[in-house]
Design a protein around this ligand. Structure first.
Ligand code: GDP
Length: 610
């Protein structure tokens, strides 16, 4: 059979075959995959009313439109899936390998979060200086983005790794990029100040990531410090201290006097031991995450990486994001050269050809060549993605498609005061939709919409509601670049109405049958090539061509699921015939029609929801 043509250029039909394309692909990319001429696809799209050039990125909707036309099932692949597939072509996977029984215990990785000025930086410095090993080594400790200390618990030396960039940004930025680095969050709250907006923000981040929290009640040396009040305040957020019967460890500390630091380290280890089974395969090819990257004047690109599995060694061929190279040297936070780095060990890697980004994953591969090829392919992909004309995150309008699977709408609520935020949240939670859809507020707070809010929204496909507040500088830019849906309201009920409507759109539609008309069969005609046609008189309503129909004989449904495929009055094809008129009705290949049968027609209409 000749290929069907469109606009004079022939196109290979896919007959429903699947073709996978990365986000941001162009018609040239598609053409290559399906063996077509790019120009033919451009023409085809033009006939569908879309003007694009062959090399321009095409958004998913347009690709689907074109796919339907040329009978290819076009699937747009996410960057994560794409990267997985890229690695698969080299027979690589990012993840744990081997038998869990052979894995070895690894230290916990801890991130410190909390409100500004509550002492995160000071606490990280104080902990760094507890390190016996470091003091003995005598080297000058450098900031490399993470460090490891060793503490004693029940006569065992136990290392703990700290991510040395306090604050939520690195935490959420990494999470947004799919890197799960943190095992435990230390929530720092100043005892003389109490729970503040960023305290809440931090704990929301941690809870959204399902990371256990240890609370460090800091500055207990200060006058007016009230550690009991902090415990009290945090119960409202689901953090109940062990001494009150909960399962969160609270430790009173002072970063200044160093009081309570040992207890804090113990609490971290106990929390890790109680709720996490931290193990890693030390034998497999090393993999992990980039914590920090920079260009050093003398040494070139330097990246601090956290080994997550395997043992990283000097001389390894490594690919980190779109950077690659050979590990020339490994340095710890004291500037000491290491021969190897075990899981949970942060280490500076020298020898990359370019600077990877925080949150990029790294892998060690067999050959330099493979590392370079992977890096090249990723670079090409990053370029493509940047060129993509549109990168759609979830928005209220396309909730339905986006949330088909998890049927949960995540929200972040920011408002001008805590009263309105609470009122809005409460009202939203009262919206009743149905059992299979839920609304979850993953973060709420007072103040403008920050970059950190948008980061959080990115990680979870969230809609951000601003009540009498606006997005601040960088946040606006990030939100629009990443396509995060940010909505502003100044009237509560308006917000509720919109969310309610969106949730209703999320529901699987319910259909009901609506009767359109009935006709009685007076005669049956045999028409060549068409089959039997019912010469009928319309008894009620209207008979419409293409409507659904059933055939009833003596009050019994003989056939359901029929379609009025032809409808004629005398010799003319018509689209509808009203009651009282005669017509010829053809029911497609269904021929069992008898005189006095009744043809009922109906359509399925989406039921409006109450
Ligand atoms: P960050 O913004 O959370 O990183 O807070 P910093 O670590 O920069 O600390 C903010 C201020 O609080 C600094 O002036 C610190 O010296 C002070 N500070 C931090 N911890 C303590 C503490 O335990 N006791 C006292 N008295 N002051 C502290």
């Amino acid at each position: 059979m000749a290929a069907p043509s469109m606009g004079g250029v022939s196109l290979p039909r896919g007959h429903g075959q699947v073709v996978r394309l990365p986000r941001g692909a162009s018609l040239t990319d598609l053409a290559e995959k399906i063996g077509a001429q790019p120009a033919a696809l451009v023409t085809a799209l033009f006939h569908l009313g879309e003007m694009v050039t062959a090399t321009q990125s095409v958004n998913e909707d347009t690709l689907q439109l074109l796919g339907a036309e040329i009978e290819w099932d076009i699937q747009v692949v996410s960057p994560e899936d794409e990267d997985r597939e890229l690695l698969e072509t080299f027979d690589l996977t990012f993840g744990d390998e081997g038998d869990e029984a052979d894995w070895e215990a690894r230290p916990p990785v801890v991130t410190v979060m909390g409100h500004v000025d509550h002492g995160k930086t000071k606490l990280l410095d104080a902990i760094r200086n507890t390190n016996v090993v470091a003091r003995e080594a005598g080297g000058i400790t450098q900031h490399i983005g993470a460090y490891q200390i060793v503490t004693e618990l029940e006569d065992y030396e136990r290392p703990i790794t700290f991510i040395d960039t306090p604050g939520h940004e690195s935490f959420t930025a990494m999470r947004a990029r799919g890197a799960k680095v943190t095992d435990i969050v230390i929530l720092v709250v100043a005892a003389d100040d109490g729970v503040m907006p960023q305290t809440v923000e931090a704990l929301n981040h941690a809870q959204a990531a399902e990371v256990p929290i240890v609370v460090a009640v800091n500055k207990i040396d200060k006058e007016g410090a009230n550690p009991a009040k902090i415990r009290q305040q945090l119960t409202e957020y689901g953090l109940v201290a062990e001494e009150y019967g909960g399962d969160t460890m609270f430790v009173d500390v002072s970063a200044t006097t160093r009081q309570g630091l040992d207890e804090l380290l113990t609490a971290i280890l106990l929390t890790a031991d109680a709720s996490l089974d931290l193990r890693a395969n030390t034998e497999q090819d090393p993999q992990g995450v980039v914590i920090e990257g920079k260009l050093d004047k003398g040494r070139g690109p330097v990246a601090t990486v956290l080994v997550q599995r395997g043992t990283l060694r000097q001389g390894d061929s490594i690919v980190a994001g779109d950077a690659y190279g050979r590990v020339r040297s490994l340095l710890d936070e004291h500037g000491n050269k290491l021969k190897e780095a075990l899981p949970a060990r942060p280490v500076q890697v020298v020898g990359l050809t370019s600077v990877p980004r925080a949150g990029d994953t790294f892998l060690v591969v067999e050959e330099d060549r493979v590392a370079r090829q992977i890096a090249d392919r990723r670079q090409a992909r990053i370029r493509n993605a940047q060129n993509a004309s549109m990168r759609k995150r979830i928005s209220l309008e396309d909730l339905d498609a986006a949330l088909k699977e998890n049927r949960q709408l995540n929200l972040i609520i920011k408002g001008d005061n805590s009263g309105t935020v609470e009122a809005l949240e409460e009202a939203l939670m009262k919206i009743e939709v149905s059992d299979d859809i839920s609304l979850r507020v993953i973060h709420r707070g007072v103040g403008g919409i920050t970059k950190s809010d948008i980061d959080l929204a990115l990680a979870d496909d969230v809609i951000v509601l601003g009540f009498n507040v606006r997005a601040e500088g960088q946040a606006t830019e990030l939100a629009s670049r990443e396509g995060v849906d940010v909505r502003y309201y100044s009237v509560i009920y308006q917000a509720i109405e919109e969310i309610e409507a969106a949730l209703k759109g999320m529901l699987k539609p319910e259909y009901e049958e609506v009767a359109l008309g009935t006709a009685e069969v007076r005669e049956v005609f045999r028409v060549p090539r068409i089959g039997n046609v019912a010469g009928s008189i319309v008894r009620s309503g209207t008979i419409t061509r293409n409507s659904k129909a059933r055939l009833v004989r003596d009050g019994v449904v003989v056939a359901d699921n029929l379609t009025v495929e032809s409808l004629r009055r005398f010799k003319d094809d018509v689209t509808e015939v009203r009651d009282g008129y005669e017509c010829g009705i053809g029911l497609g290949s269904f021929n069992d029609i008898k005189i006095e049968d009744v043809i009922e027609t109906f359509e399925m209409r989406e039921k409006p929801r109450a």
